[in-house]
Design a protein around this ligand. Structure first.
Ligand code: ADP
Ligand code: MG
Ligand code: ZN
Length: 482
């Protein structure tokens, strides 16, 4: 949205659920989908007298995230208690980091639809624990499931550098890609492993002073984040234009009505009575520790992109599309293990495979054909056994019924015909049954050459070798001219 008079200021707070096996301060499993309250212990239930012990994997994961975004990693950071009452928070406080977070500064770089590069500064990335879940049934009862209580989270807080809903979406897409590449979170927004709160304010264009902000909560897809932000910007502009004032508040978004509405007027930090958690010692991160995490860092998107270009000789564009999704890039590399035609492999993955993924809303891990099957198709075409047209037909057949590509081609009788005798007789028939076109061609209408190629191909059900067809047609038609 581009308003002539107002501009928006947006800052995002993103929570990522870390994919550690156990919780942040106890040994309970974090596995999703277990029976309610089956993965709990006195620590995550907040029983009196228990002591939390920090899961070292959480520290490693947050350092990974910090290093990947150029953050300063604090040698010493502390945990604080954020006090509030809610039934799914058994201790009456959430252990979080407040004054001394483990990561500060840094930035996230991304590209917009039109190609502009954008950088958003980060304020901080800190560690905290998740709360449990309240389950509301169809009657009027509410149940509490504490399996999620104590699941490790990192919170990534941006500076208010974001100006539009589109930028917010691109920023989130980039963060999601980063956590997936770093193997610290599955990045699934619909399932709540990645959650976003958006702070939004508006001010007169060119102003230096930010307006009062509201905070949009619980946006569970990137599309909703964008729509909610646009709806909220419009709401705020309307209030100001009507002479009203924005009240700092927490907002919800109703996707059905595409409307934001006030949930509660905003609590301030002091309402939470933050204070250092006396049960936990300071987190001490040494240079050696940072070096170790740096050395064991998984490959990042840009590194993968550059490697795909140099290792497989594919265009930068292909490498960019493939590396946007780590699993997709892995799939492509698996195809390349079974063929030497790397460019054809990328064409097939970016073309047919991605087309089906889009149509059926599948992720690459849900796509039914294996890299070996795709490589099989690529190799049959490369070896001249089938044409590209038959290749596409084979792809559909494999999707429908599975099987080994070479075996299916044999069984269906789809092998490409290169036999000159066979092709010649088809061409003779084509020429004999199209006297009108032949006369025009002989009369100088060279464009009609394609017509004869097409007719021959059609007569051969796409199985004729195009090169052989071409050569024979040239000979026969030119002979007619003289
Ligand atoms: P709090 O701790 O109260 O949530 P912070 O200062 O930590 O407040 O900021 C939270 C988020 O709000 C950050 O992402 C920040 O960029 C954003 N933010 C701060 N001021 C504004 C503003 N005026 N308009 C939009 N976003 C803002
Ligand atoms: Mg906040
Ligand atoms: Zn526990």
């Amino acid at each position: 949205m581009n308003h002539p008079k107002y501009e928006a200021v947006i800052g995002l707070e993103v929570h990522a659920q870390l994919s550690t096996k156990t919780k942040i301060f106890c040994g309970c499993s974090t596995k999703f989908g277990a029976a309610p309250n089956s993965q709990v212990c006195p620590v995550c239930l907040g029983m009196p007298g228990v002591l939390p012990v920090l899961n070292e994997k959480v520290v490693e994961y947050v350092i990974r995230m910090g290093l990947a975004h150029g953050c300063d990693i604090a040698e010493r950071s502390t945990f604080a208690r954020k006090n509030y009452f809610y039934p799914d928070l058994p201790k009456g406080y959430q252990i979080s980091q407040y004054e001394d977070p483990i990561c500060a500064n840094g930035s996230v770089q991304f590209k917009l639809e039109d190609g502009t590069e954008k950088s958003v500064r980060l304020m901080r990335i800190h560690m905290e624990e998740d709360a449990g879940k309240s389950l509301h049934d169809q009657h009027q009862d509410t149940f509490v499931d504490l399996n999620r209580a104590g699941t490790p989270l990192i919170e990534i807080v941006s500076q208010p550098d974001i100006k539009t809903a589109e930028e917010a979406g691109a920023y989130l897409t980039k963060l999601r890609q980063a956590v997936r590449y770093l193997e610290i979170c599955d990045g699934n927004m619909e399932e709540g492993s990645l959650r976003c709160d958006a702070n939004v304010s508006v001010m007169l264009r060119g102003s230096k002073e930010f307006g009062t902000r509201t905070e949009l909560k619980n946006l569970n897809s990137i599309k909703f984040v964008e729509k909610a932000i646009d709806a909220e910007i419009a709401r705020q502009i309307e209030i100001i234009e009507d002479g009203g004032k924005i009240i700092q508040s927490t907002m919800g978004y109703d996707p059905h009505r595409n409307e934001t509405r006030v949930l509660r007027t905003k609590e301030n930090a002091h309402d939470y009575r933050y204070f250092p958690d006396p049960d936990l010692v300071m987190v001490h991160v040494t240079e050696d520790r940072i070096t170790k995490v740096r050395n064991e860092m998984p490959e990042l998107p840009d590194q993968k992109k550059n490697r795909l270009v140099s290792q497989y000789g594919i265009p930068v564009y292909d490498a960019e599309v493939l590396s946007a999704d780590k699993e997709l890039a892995n799939y492509y590399e698996s195809v390349c293990k079974e063929t030497t035609d790397f460019k054809a492999a990328s064409n097939w993955v970016m073309g047919e495979v991605m087309r089906i993924m889009k149509e059926k809303l599948l992720s690459i891990s849900e796509f039914s054909l294996s890299p070996v099957q795709i490589a099989g198709i690529v190799n049959l075409i490369k070896d001249g056994k089938i044409s590209t047209t038959i290749g596409k037909q084979l792809f559909e057949e494999l999707l429908a019924n599975g099987g080994d590509p070479a075996t299916v081609v044999e069984a269906k009788g789809w092998l490409q015909v290169s036999d000159t005798g066979a092709i010649e007789s088809v061409i003779d028939t084509v020429i004999a049954s199209n006297p009108g076109q032949v006369a025009e061609f002989v009369g100088g209408k060279d464009k009609l050459f394609g017509f004869f190629v097409g007719q021959t191909m059609k007569a051969m059900k796409g199985q004729g070798n195009p090169k052989v067809i071409n050569d024979i047609l040239v000979k026969k038609l030119e002979a007619l001219k003289s």
